[in-house]
Design a protein around this ligand. Sequence first.
Ligand SMILES: CSC[C@H]1O[C@H](OP(=O)(O)O)[C@H](O)[C@@H]1O
Ligand code: ADE
Length: 300
Amino acid sequence: MATHNDVHLAIIGGSGLYELEGLEVLDEVYPLTPWGYPSDRIIIGRRDSNGPKIAFLARHGRKHQYSPSEVPVRANIAALKHLGVSVIIAFSAVGSLREEIKPGDFVLPDQLVDRTKGIRPSTFFEKGVLAHAPFADPFCEPLADIIAGQVHALTDSCTIHRNKTVVTIEGPAFSTRAESHLYRAWGCDVVNMTAIPEAKLAREAEIAYQMVCMSTDYDCWKSHEEAVTVQAVMKVMKGNAINAKRLIVAVLEALKEAEQHQAVVAKVKGCMEYAIMTPAAHRPTDINVRLQYILPQYFV
Ligand SMILES: CSC[C@H]1O[C@H](OP(=O)(O)O)[C@H](O)[C@@H]1O
Ligand SMILES: Nc1ncnc2[nH]cnc12
């Protein structure tokens, strides 16, 4: 099997986005990382014969077999980083907590609130090698700018909202009405189950990460409307997937310019250099070897 270390951009597909059409498939890889296997095979392809390679990974697996709490997120991020990935665009189906974010609209969050329960492994740094990643701004603004610039690729009814806050719940059940009202009162705009730990682990791996939230429902905060169900989500998901695929084509085109790519990765490149607390001489060898897989420049 060919090895790849030159795939710079990855797309993570969430609920309803299990494949990318129009991609010349070059390879499918299923690497065993130090954190286990990823959710599914990673598709490596390109849009045209001179174009750059891109990777696609279905977050829950192509058969949607991993619950939000079970997704092997460390393996997913590690496998992508090992392929050379420095930019991730991650799609997610979300509930809207705001009237103006209609089902079918897209949201590029710039903030997040973590309401997961601490049962998902959310760091690569443990067992003797510790680090504290900077995470004040969990998403990548320059990448969000480029994505927002491709709004022309979407159907007329789809608006892109900027500077919003996503709250990530543990799930798999949807929120109660009281919780939905609480998240609104906290200033959250959309709710999902997967931005954490994906965004945190991408930061630790020094990967620029932007989530594209695709609104499917109004959760359950509207007193005179039906609360969210999977059927309701799936109805909107199909249209959202069409828009997601159009958006990806346009963004790939915009990112072809090398300077665009440089601008996108500038903030996260090197962000872990001074975040690692444990001196090299005191790092357990086996953990050091694991971390070489994602950050070879710091773990020699
Ligand atoms: C099918 S509704 C709940 C489910 O959908 C979202 O998945 P993803 O973020 O992977 O698109 C949400 O986070 C939940 O996991
Ligand atoms: N209302 C909701 N809550 C959590 N995740 C979701 N994904 C889609 N709709 C959602």
